[in-house]
Write a protein that binds this ligand. Structure first.
Ligand code: APR
Ligand code: ZN
Length: 351
């Protein structure tokens, strides 16, 4: 028996859940930290249509407690473990692996005999998980669990978007729209890449101190005058890069308009099916901008998490500004409410 945050539609409860015994290619992980990510909120607010009842959580780290070669290892959970056999994996894009599971996957969990699904194959807002052995990534024991958890989603996504999808170079100017865990990771990585200006943007002024602590050089509250304000900070041109870390067409359009001719928009936020983005055909040609989405930071977690963990341990990458609340499992439903209100950045459940 394990305790887990279960969604039945929009209603969230901490419930007793029975996990399956791990099979020969699976491991049982005692979760030590799990972040509350906007993608978990998307499971319960109608943006995605997963199957319920659903164990929430996919950004987690813990300790392998089943027997086998990984026993005792500290691990980060990977919500998109690649098959290493499909066309995308064979062509170096494992984050687009053709076998990637949908938002909700059955993994043999039950509550009172009723079958449950788990979020992105992980269901990490729980005391324990059972996952495929290739869905865990060992990390050094001296990386604290809360930050290790973020390496499984917000940090890998945000840092990967900067380094791998966009390739931000020293001296470039960067706009970041949406300052949750993902957007703040983009801010940290952009500064670490040597960006000369990192202009942080959010609907709420409450994110200003978090953005500045993460390394933003400027802070703007988003409104209709955003592109003019950005131009005012970039010699009239617009930024070299804009990162959309909200997941809405309106902020994708704002990101588009905030970049210079020839600039690059990187979409990191995951939005809804019916939220349409409209750009004029002339603007697409004349602005010569690039629009790219960054799935899982265009990263291969098996390859990219260990060096990130080393950067954190060595102090060269400081992701601590992302974590604003350390909470218990029973407080997770309230953390979803905080996220809906746009308060704080990451709430991380510690167990
Ligand atoms: N303009 C600017 N900022 C906005 C707007 C807007 N119109 N609407 C919301 N925001 C801000 C919120 O105030 C909040 O600070 O976007 C931020 C989103 O943060 P979180 O809800 O904490 O989301 P996060 O977990 O960081 O994920 C961001 O990336 O992985 C995807 O599914 C995820 O789409 C989500 C996005
Ligand atoms: Zn996530």
């Amino acid at each position: 028996m394990t305790r887990a945050v279960v969604a039945r539609g929009s209603e969230l409860r901490v419930e007793d859940v029975v996990l399956p015994e791990p099979g020969p290619t699976e491991v049982r992980v005692r979760i030590r930290a799990a972040g509350v990510c906007h993608s978990d909120l998307s499971m319960v607010n109608g943006t995605l249509a997963p199957a319920y009842p659903l164990v929430l959580g996919h950004e987690a780290a813990g300790e392998v407690v089943s027997d086998g070669p990984l026993a005792g290892e500290h691990v980060v959970l990977n919500w998109s473990p690649p098959c290493r056999a499909c066309w995308f994996c064979a062509h170096g894009e494992p984050w687009l692996c053709a076998t990637t599971s949908g938002p909700s996957v059955p993994r043999g969990h039950t509550a009172d005999g009723e079958p449950l699904h788990v979020t992105l194959g992980v269901g990490g807002l729980a005391e324990q998980v059972v996952v495929p052995a290739h869905a865990v990534i060992p990390v050094p024991r001296d990386v604290p669990f809360p930050v290790a958890a973020l390496l499984g989603c917000a940090a890998l996504t945000g840092v990967g978007a900067v380094r791998r999808t966009a390739g931000v170079a020293a001296g470039e100017t960067v706009v970041v729209i949406g300052l949750g865990g993902v957007g703040l990771a983009v801010v940290v990585a952009a500064r670490a890449a040597g960006a000369s200006r990192v202009i942080a943007v959010d609907v709420s002024d409450a994110k200003r101190p978090l953005a500045l602590a993460a390394g933003a050089t400027d802070y703007l509250v988003s409104d209709d005058g955003l592109s003019r304000a950005v131009r005012g900070l970039t010699e009239g041109r617009g930024a070299d890069h804009a990162f959309e870390c909200v997941g809405r067409a309106v902020t994708m359009r704002a990101a588009w308009r905030a970049t210079r001719r020839g600039g690059a928009v990187t979409v990191v936020g995951m939005g809804g099916r019916d939220d349409l983005l409209s750009l004029s055909a002339l603007d697409i040609f004349h602005s010569a901008r690039t629009l790219r989405a960054s799935v899982y930071g265009s990263s291969d977690p098996d390859r990219d998490v260990p060096p990130l963990a080393a950067e954190i341990r060595d102090g060269t990458l400081d992701l601590s500004p992302l974590i604003t609340d350390l909470i218990g499992l029973d407080d997770a439903p309230e953390a979803f409410a905080r996220m809906m209100r746009g308060e704080g950045a990451r709430s991380v459940v510690v167990l």
